[in-house]
Design a protein around this ligand. Structure first.
Ligand SMILES: *[C@@H]1O[C@H](CO)[C@@H](O)[C@H](O)[C@H]1NC(C)=O
Ligand SMILES: *[C@@H]1O[C@H](CO)[C@@H](O)[C@H](O)[C@H]1NC(C)=O
Ligand SMILES: *[C@@H]1O[C@H](CO)[C@@H](O)[C@H](O)[C@H]1NC(C)=O
Ligand SMILES: *[C@@H]1O[C@H](CO)[C@@H](O)[C@H](O)[C@H]1NC(C)=O
Ligand SMILES: *[C@@H]1O[C@H](CO)[C@@H](O)[C@H](O)[C@H]1NC(C)=O
Ligand SMILES: *[C@@H]1O[C@H](CO)[C@@H](O)[C@H](O)[C@H]1NC(C)=O
Length: 359
């Protein structure tokens, strides 16, 4: 194994000790007396270069993986703290995750996990280049498509969002609990957390997990509303009806929904109905303003007859910012006990109705 003669810190037995200097050793080279074991990680003194050895799956072969805060040398399938996802437009550098070809073969597989920068940036899992699961935009406390909050006692998420760079980086608060995320060759994203107290990785969850997670599981202007994959159901948004009732009854939801016939949502006493606990619609053509309040957002949306819905852009501090949509509302799902409030433009008669699902 050729290792450049860098000054490296050798952190024994786990890559989790990345920043735990007291348990790292400084080395100039790897020698036979201090061998590198599977799972060990070498970290450069300035902490922006790391190298590790691993044997994937049942493979008898060994691979060297490297991480560098500027690129990865090889597309990596794992996100660990201090790795970035995003883009630097000045250099055209993209920080993405790529699945392996199989559990035993770290060659590039069919799945990539990356930001899409159209409209308001969102995270996507792509399968052979096509959207597979939309994780959605970052809502301040969680990704819109992932119900779990990211505990800020565990990670310290930092965003760079300016002309120079758009990226997200998970920093660490405490080396005793460390998150890790892997894009499996099967297209599943597995999240783990390291607990130093019992020295092991615990799985936090896998996604996409439900029929409703897959991109455009339901057609335009409808939402996917069940956790039970066997009962895969779509429901039209308030003020909308199935584009084809026949298809809908045959449980072909792909055509989605259209405005209820005869309704008017332009300067005719229309308003908004809240659909609670959702993953917000695809924001690749949405408008965003972080300085507006929700009330201002509503006023702006109401002013323009093409505006179909709005939502807060940041869940923190009771909800601030404004996301507004001006065309079909795509890829919406509901969650059972978390999510954003989506305010859908409806005509005066829909405003009057009192259906349970809308709060
Ligand atoms: C990553 O590299 C850049 C440029 O070399 C440097 O400014 C930055 O501090 C590094 N980040 C970390 C976490 O080491
Ligand atoms: C490794 O081998 C075991 C036993 O043959 C098998 O059950 C398991 O699925 C294999 N794992 C992978 C990743 O191929
Ligand atoms: C990747 O996708 C291609 C094209 O759909 C398919 O032929 C191939 O089997 C897939 N590879 C894996 C590992 O699933
Ligand atoms: C880190 O977490 C451990 C275990 O939960 C806790 O005992 C320790 O006080 C924490 N350290 C800091 C600096 O918060
Ligand atoms: C989902 O579909 C099933 C079967 O078509 C139906 O019985 C059930 O009520 C639907 N659930 C919802 C929440 O609409
Ligand atoms: C309404 O919004 C659309 C989409 O953003 C825009 O093209 C159009 O100019 C707006 N109309 C008015 C009257 O502001």
């Amino acid at each position: 194994m050729d290792v450049p003669p860098l000054v490296l810190l050798l952190c024994l037995h786990t890559l989790l000790l990345l920043l735990h200097h007291t348990r790292c050793k400084t080395l100039n080279t790897i020698s036979q007396t201090i061998p590198l074991h599977d799972g060990d990680v070498l970290l450069s003194e300035n902490k922006n270069f790391a190298l590790g050895l691993f044997s994937p799956g049942n493979s008898t072969r060994r691979f060297i993986g490297t991480w560098y805060n500027k690129s990865f040398d090889h597309p990596s399938d794992t996100l660990i703290p201090f790795m970035k996802l995003g883009r630097d437009p000045r250099t055209g550098m993209d920080w993405v995750l790529t699945s392996w070809r199989s559990e035993d073969d770290p060659g590039s597989g069919n799945f990539t996990f990356r930001f899409d920068f159209m409209g308001y940036p969102q995270l996507f899992l792509y399968k052979n280049g096509a959207p597979h699961w939309r994780v959605g935009p970052w809502m301040g406390l969680r990704w819109s498509g992932v119900p779990q909050k990211i505990s800020n006692s565990i990670v310290d998420i930092s965003f760079e969002n300016d002309q120079k760079e758009f990226s997200i980086l998970y920093g660490l608060r405490n080396t005793s609990t460390i998150p890790r995320m892997v894009v499996k060759s099967s297209g599943m994203i597995q999240r783990f957390i390291w607990h130093a107290r019992d020295s092991q990785w615990n799985e936090l969850g896998t996604a996409p997990a439900f029929e409703c997670d897959y991109y455009k599981a339901c057609g335009p202007n409808s939402y996917c509303n069940t956790y039970n994959a066997d009962q895969f159901n779509c429901t039209c948004l308030p003020g909308f009806e199935p584009q084809s009732l026949a298809d809908w009854l045959l449980r072909d939801f792909s055509g989605g929904c259209i405005r209820s016939r005869g309704s008017s949502t332009c300067l005719s006493r229309e308003g908004f109905v809240k659909v609670a606990l959702v993953k917000v619609p695809d924001t690749s053509r949405a408008y965003v303003s972080m300085s507006m309040s929700l009330k201002e957002c509503e006023r702006e949306c109401l002013k323009n007859c093409s505006c179909t819905a709005y939502a807060g852009a940041d869940e923190r501090q009771g909800g601030t910012g404004c996301l507004a949509w001006y065309d079909d509302l795509l890829d919406i799902r509901t969650f059972s006990n978390t999510g954003q409030d989506l305010y859908v433009r409806v005509d005066a008669s829909t405003l009057g109705t009192d259906e349970l699902i809308y709060t």
